[in-house]
Design a protein around this ligand. Sequence first.
Ligand code: FE2
Length: 294
Amino acid sequence: MPKRQLPEFKAPECGRLTDEMTSAYEDIGVIVLRDFVSPEECQLLKNRAKELVDEFDAGDVRSIFSTTDQTQLNDRYFIESGDKIRFFLEKDAFDEAGELRQSKENSLNKMGHAMHDLDPVFERFSRTPALAEIASRLGFVDPAIIQSMYIFKPPKIGGEVVCHQDSTYIYTEPESCVGFWFALEDATTENGCMHFIPGGHKLPLKQRNYRVGEYETRTEILDNEPWPEHLKMPAEAAAGTLVIFNGRAPHLSGPNLSEKSRHAYTLHVIDGNCHYPADNWLQRSPELPLRGFA
Ligand code: FE2
């Protein structure tokens, strides 16, 4: 696989991806669209995230971490979050005395996974004609937003994310997952921006994560070849940039050891026409049916 640049464009008006953009997406598996989100909208989302974080009691989660049966309770807190708004701390959030090392906001890894359905500010951001237009131009017949995440990537303790494909976790038959990643702050190689292997979405799906029982997941290895990580390219993204990537596109991000946070918001979209297995980790209650961008 030859080393190539990630395709980058100025965001088109009203989400009208050009043929050049859609063919770059098909060819490389990822496109970067600058200035998709206005600075005001970035700030609005950051402010709302801060309000939700302020309402969250880190002590609740600390009790989960400190119990003897922590793995199971951790798994349960996560696995039940598909249709809720829950908070996940960084691995190094607590010091030896059990106190947060940094502010609450700067201790969080992410918030997820249904802000787009449960919070009015996130819902307004997530459901727009421009995003509907993009989904349609990418070939979605019945787009459905399966999850939302707010990624904090806090200064100094923001954890590394190893190379993976999102379809490992958001699996449909046939595969249909696409990630929409919005930079709310500048993402750089210093604060742990994403990296992609260009064209890597043409490689096989290497792993599939699935539920066993109510609160446990396992990962099946489908292909044991190591990733050609030497081909990875950074997806540096100024605040307001939208990165769209195929669920098969291998990506990773380094730790954030810098002084600057790297907030981002993500949506994962599947096609409602595809089969969604009952053993995917993310299951939603029937009271919260899946919806698209309208
Ligand atoms: Fe991912």
